[in-house]
Ligand binder design. Structure first.
Ligand code: SAM
Length: 280
């Protein structure tokens, strides 16, 4: 499918609707439709999928998702000023774009979506991380989404895909990699955005696994990982003292040395430790 649609260039859309970027809403727009189509392609085969887009703004990525064949796009945008621009896109793609004006942190989109569902977004950093954690910690697994394709500042993207032994390795990497495949699929310089942000960005693509990579109780795993990384410089026997009184025995059961530090322990190791901690 082509990225070209009958709609005006995004710069004209911004001018016509007076969409001056607001810092308070984390607005850094993507105005190059070739680039937004490229990001949309990273979301996988959209044909036959409903796509949930958070923060469409003037609609660059929305147009990419539609022109790349999404069956339907549900877009949630907080900024009322964007509604007329998004209405024009809805008109150009009859029956395929539904826009909800509101805060994505407060709206449950599920009632508006039909599986299979993919998620795509270029969001402000803080909202993106909060939503990512929510998407990765639903009550039941597998989640409602097949994949998440999300823009982050590069440093956060690196924390999501980080491997043990690296500085970026921590709670976010373990949370993401336990039940999803996570990859950086695109790096973007500040100049790709209008206005340009201070830092570089990256698109992360996450695919939900049918089941967790290693067995563990989600709440126990979360507790162990949080305690371990809250004091990441300490040896595990000290950092995890509050998790179980006999933590040294539990570490031994999991095959982890009590003198190791959190960032040396693999996902498999943390899952083994969570099982050992949960055991009677
Ligand atoms: N997707 C557009 C693009 O790529 O050009 C806009 C990206 S801009 C970085 C982030 C967008 O998210 C803005 O349009 C902003 O108004 C919107 N936004 C910010 N916080 C939001 C929230 N809590 N819920 C929904 N949208 C939000």
């Amino acid at each position: 499918m082509s990225a070209i649609d009958s709609l005006p260039p995004l710069r004209d859309v911004i001018n016509t609707h007076d969409l001056r970027a607001r810092k308070s809403l984390g607005q850094n727009f993507l105005l190059d439709l070739n680039l937004t189509a490229k990001i949309a392609r990273q979301a996988g085969d959209l044909t036959g999928c409903d796509v949930l887009e958070i923060g469409p703004g003037p609609g660059g990525l929305t147009r990419g998702l539609l022109s790349e064949g999404a069956r339907r796009v549900l877009a949630i945008e907080k900024d009322a000023r964007c509604m007329p621009a998004l209405a024009e896109i809805a008109e150009a793609y009859p029956g395929r774009l539904q826009v909800i004006e509101g805060d994505a942190l407060e709206i449950d989109p599920l009632q508006y979506l039909t599986p299979p569902i993919r998620v795509a977004a270029n969001l402000p950093y803080n909202v993106g991380t909060e939503l990512l954690v929510r998407w990765l910690t639903p009550k039941d697994w597998p989640p409602y989404w097949q994949s998440l394709t999300l823009m982050f500042q590069r440093e956060v993207a690196q924390r999501i895909v980080a491997e043990p032994g690296s500085k970026a390795y921590g709670r976010l990497a373990l949370l993401a990699q336990w039940r999803a495949d996570a990859q950086i699929v695109l790096n973007l310089p500040p100049e790709a955005f209008t206005p340009p942000p201070k830092v570089s960005s990256a698109v992360v693509h996450l695919t939900a696994l049918a089941q967790p990579r290693f067995p563990a109780d989600a709440a126990v795993l979360n507790r162990v990982v949080a305690a371990a990384f809250n004091q990441r410089r300490k040896m595990l026997r000290a950092a995890l003292k509050g998790v179980a009184p006999d933590i040294e025995d539990r570490l031994a059961t999991a095959g982890i040395k009590p003198t190791e530090r959190a960032e040396q322990v693999s996902l498999e190791g943390f899952c083994a430790l969570a099982r050992a901690v949960a055991a009677p």
